[in-house]
Ligand binder design. Sequence first.
Ligand code: SF4
Ligand code: FE
Length: 509
Amino acid sequence: MNDLTQGQRKELTAEQQWQQFSELKTAQDYIESLRGRKLEVFLLGERVEEPVDHPIIRPSINAMAESYILADEDPQLATVWSSIAQQQINRFLHVPESPQDLVQKNKMQRRMGQLTGTCFQRCAGLDTLSVLFSITYDIDKSHGTRYHQRYVDFLKKAQKRNLIVGAGMTDPKGDRSKRPSDQADPDLFMHVTRRTEKGLYVTGAKAHMTGGLNSHWICVMPTMNMREADKDYAVIGMIPATAPGLTYIYGRQSCDTRALEVGDIDKGNAKYGGQETLVIFDDVFIPWEHVLMDGEYEFAQELVSRFTAYHRASYVCKTGLGDVMIGAASSVAEMNGAETASHVRDKLVEMTHLNETIYSSGIASSYEATQHESGAFINDPILANICKHNVTRFPYEISRLAQDLAGGLMVTLPSQADFEHETIGPKLDKYLQGKTSVSTEDRTRMLRLIENMTLGRNAVGYLTESMHGAGSPQAQRIQVLRETDFGKKQSLAKRLAGIIATDADSHLG
Ligand code: SF4
Ligand code: FE
């Protein structure tokens, strides 16, 4: 497509957009598919010519690539039969057709967390694919539109080619007291700027976008409920990550420049990392075939609710990271010779209790999923919100206990270069030894891993993302209030208390 003019390149038809994607079979195919895309990516004030080879970005690509490796090594867990594509596909592209599908998804997410120790970035996109199935169905039913079939056609192609679809949901939002259409700058929420015979154009930005530049497609969608005045903001569309008009600005992570150093010890988890970017969409074209909502503002609220039901249960991902953290803390205790102390054992039990509490609420919400008229299954919303709410707290407590067991050395350790120094290296080796059966290097590596996950680059994935990803704590409390039938609970209490029940609804919820 090199011979196209700039105007033609901007307004590629759906068919032309699909021409850039061939079927990916392996993790290596995936990594190669990201090469040479000439994206506008900025990091540390510089344009990055090739993100795949950038030492700060590459760990995030490795984490995403793990989803292809797992599908290969454990197909039972990470692949599934799709009734849409009529073939076995990667589970990260699958619309749940049963509660068991959602349970398996959670198990896969925990496994991915165990393997990478970070955010592996694929779940927001997966949960978007799931929610669009039922939302496009509902919009069509109410408006006589044809979004659902368009969507199924899109999904089938993505499933067959084994591609990654990222989720662009969170608008920058500007003045929080104002609606999208009331903002001083209209671009603070993504909106349609014009419509042509071939499609529509959008302008705006999506913040904290997980794995954006590691994706092949980005689905943009509303971030909150909309009113009639916000009609132009009620837009859902599929955009190739390579579309003209996209700029990716890479978010910093604590200690991220350690990735630029020689040697892997101080990096803590050298191979894997998460990725959050601010993605700016400047007059980006979406052909009608890839538009899945255009003005049906009354469905924005339901889109967000259903998305969060899926995505807040997806946060069982953090139990995989918790498994790594508990493993690291118990290893350090052993390396220090402290494993038999009763308070050490008790702290490990406490960490396990917290981690499994997260898992139990998430997996329960999948078992309790219900079927939507479209055929897709949706997580139980209250249990999903409880899962995510647990995640806003427990990884912090697990991290506190891991730091307790690690000891202060975790943050006073010298660098790898010091350990390798001709004269001071042997002295460090002697004085920073734990149990004699454990090398000083192994003990150092384990401490660096805990540092990485609780204070360093992957603290984004284990802690801050646990707090704010898929909505900050208050968002879950609002949803729990909305979804809980307090009237029903009051009737139970009134019956036992001998109070004559009335039909009056509770004013709560
Ligand atoms: Fe998946 Fe967890 Fe990352 Fe969200 S935070 S994309 S659920 S790994
Ligand atoms: Fe997330």
